[in-house]
Ligand binder design. Sequence first.
Ligand code: DC
Length: 225
Amino acid sequence: MSEKQEIVTIDGPSGVGKSTLSRRVAAVLGYTYLDTGAMYRAVALFFKRRQIDLEDDQAVRSALSALNIRLFPPAKEDGDVGVLVNGEDVSHAVRTPELGMLASRVSAIPAVRARLTAMQQAIGRCGKIVAEGRDTGTVVFPAAAWKFYLDADPRERARRREAQLRAAGQEVDAEELLRQTLKRDRDDQERTLAPLKKASDATSIDTTCLDIEAVCATILERIQG
Ligand code: DC
C-alpha cells in the first residue's frame, strides 16, 4: 500500500451517478472532490465561444495556452462544482447536454487530454481527493488506493439525467437524451486515447437497481474496511 496514493477514483459512463456519489464520499472522508468532466466541459465552452476548429491542431494549442480553468466548491451541498473560465463564472453554461456532447468531442484531442491530465495530476499530488471521470483510475491516477467503476443500464442513466436536468429547470427531450447517452458511451469508449474503461484493479458496481445510499455505503465499506 506504501506507493499507493490516498486517492479514490470513480469512473463510468454519463448519468451513472458518479457526481452525487463522489461528492458524498468526499464529504464523509473529508477529501477534496475533483470533477474532471467539469474541466472538459470548460474547454468545450471556451472552444465553442472562440469557434475553434477542432481539426486544427495549431488553433487548439493556441486556444489552450490562453485558457485558465478553476473549479470551486458548489454553492449548495448537493450541487455541481463551480467552474471559472479565465475568471468568468460559467458553472451553469457548462452543464447543458449540448456541452456534454461537445466535451466528449474535445476530450478525444491529444493536446486537450495532455493539458487536463497534467492539471488533474497536479491537484492529486497532495492526495486526499475523490476524482470522478472516465480515465481517473486508468490514466490519471493509476496508483490510486481505491478505484471504482460504476455502470448502469443506458435507459436508466438517461432517465436519471432527465430528472437532474428538469430539477435544474432545463427543457429536456427524453428520446434525444437517450440517443445522446448512447452516442456519448460509444464515443468515450471507442476513442484511442484514455478511453472509458474499467481499470483492472477497480471494483465494479452496477447501479441500475441501487439507490445512491446503497452505492455510497458499498464504496465507503471498501475504503474504510
Ligand atoms: O462527466 P461529464 O458528463 O461531465 O463529462 C463530459 C465529457 O468529458 C465526457 O463525455 C467525456 C469527457 N471526459 C473525459 O474524457 N475524461 C474524463 N476524465 C472526464 C470527462
